[in-house]
Write a protein that binds this ligand. Structure first.
Ligand code: NAD
Length: 278
């Protein structure tokens, strides 16, 4: 028998705590505020931005949206970021990615003050994640750690295998797992014998971006499986990187898609905004 990790339930519990802390801060005259910048008309980005706004409202935070036209220049964006860096009502700033191709993404992310960088994408915050002494944990990996804690799943001493080495998921997840004393292996597109390595995982994290990449034969009996993948299928449905139906019976705990890791990401963004305001 396996347990299905319910990301919505964990997310609701964390948001309840955030809401209480926001009320306490408001009583001292501080309302945490998140500025979200979106450039262009990407429909998926629009959905994410709306969800972030809704999340802020739900926990009593202010949200400030800056929807800029597709033709916005890097310089114009940098000017706005500078203004927000100096705005005392704004505690967190994020620029929804991807930005249009003509914009220098690196310059933009580096311009956000590390003190307001609630996505933890600034090199200073990436460095802090590396040393284990961080203020803002990257949202998706932090959400996974929160889920493991909620279900009282031990991390220390466990072998955590992460498939994927992106800067926003795979690499920071490796750092967070190390901080929690796991033994960590990171696999990627050039890894040899991936199946053999994955099969040794007590905790297996799939952040590949390929539907049903993790099949039952590469999962150890009793493993905890965390599925980060969000893949849109031809029928419009979402599918994770794990073949859930085939894998679930082998696991002790597993996250579904949708309803697993996904709901946690925005919740951790709200948590980081609260930390910034504090
Ligand atoms: P990415 O494309 O930046 O990285 C994918 C990684 O997978 C790379 O490091 C690559 O080396 C590895 N990879 C690709 N093919 C492989 C193969 N055949 N064998 C082994 N490794 C392989 O993706 P990302 O930004 O890390 O996102 C991964 C998935 O997670 C995507 O589906 C994305 O939509 C999803 N995602 C979800 C959330 C969330 O909130 N749930 C957040 C971020 C990303």
């Amino acid at each position: 028998m396996y347990t299905r990790i319910d990301g919505k339930e964990v997310s609701a519990a964390v948001r309840e705590n955030i809401k209480n802390e926001v009320s306490a801060l408001k009583a001292q005259g501080i309302t945490p505020g998140l500025a979200v910048i979106i450039v262009g008309n990407d429909p998926a980005s629009r959905v994410y931005v709306n969800n972030k706004k809704k999340g802020c409202e739900q926990v009593g935070m202010n949200s400030f949206e800056y929807a800029l036209p597709e033709e916005t220049t890097t310089e114009e964006l940098l000017e706005l970021i500078e203004k927000l860096n100096n705005d005392a009502d704004v505690h967190g700033i994020l620029c929804q990615l991807p930005v249009p191709e003509h914009i220098d993404e690196e310059k933009v992310l580096n311009a956000i003050s590390p003190d307001k960088d609630v996505d933890a994408f600034h090199p200073v915050n990436c460095g802090k994640v590396m040393t284990g002494d961080y203020r803002f944990a990257p949202c998706t990996p932090a959400g996974m750690v929160e889920m493991l804690k909620h279900y009282n799943i031990d991390i220390a001493g466990k072998h955590c295998v992460i498939i994927g080495r992106s800067n926003i998921v795979g690499k920071p997840m490796a750092m967070l797992m190390l901080k929690h004393n796991a033994t960590v292996t990171v696999c990627h597109s050039r890894t040899q014998n991936l199946a053999e390595i994955a099969k040794q995982a007590d905790i297996l994290v799939a952040a590949v971006g390929r539907p049903k990449f993790v099949t039952a034969d590469i999962v150890k009996d009793g493993a905890v499986v965390l599925d980060v993948g969000i893949n849109r299928m031809a029928d419009g449905k979402l599918c994770g990187d794990v073949d859930f139906d085939a894998v679930c019976e082998k696991t002790s705990y597993i996250t579904p898609v949708p309803g697993g890791v996904g709901p946690m990401t925005i919740t951790m963004l709200l948590k980081n905004t609260l930390e910034a305001a504090k």
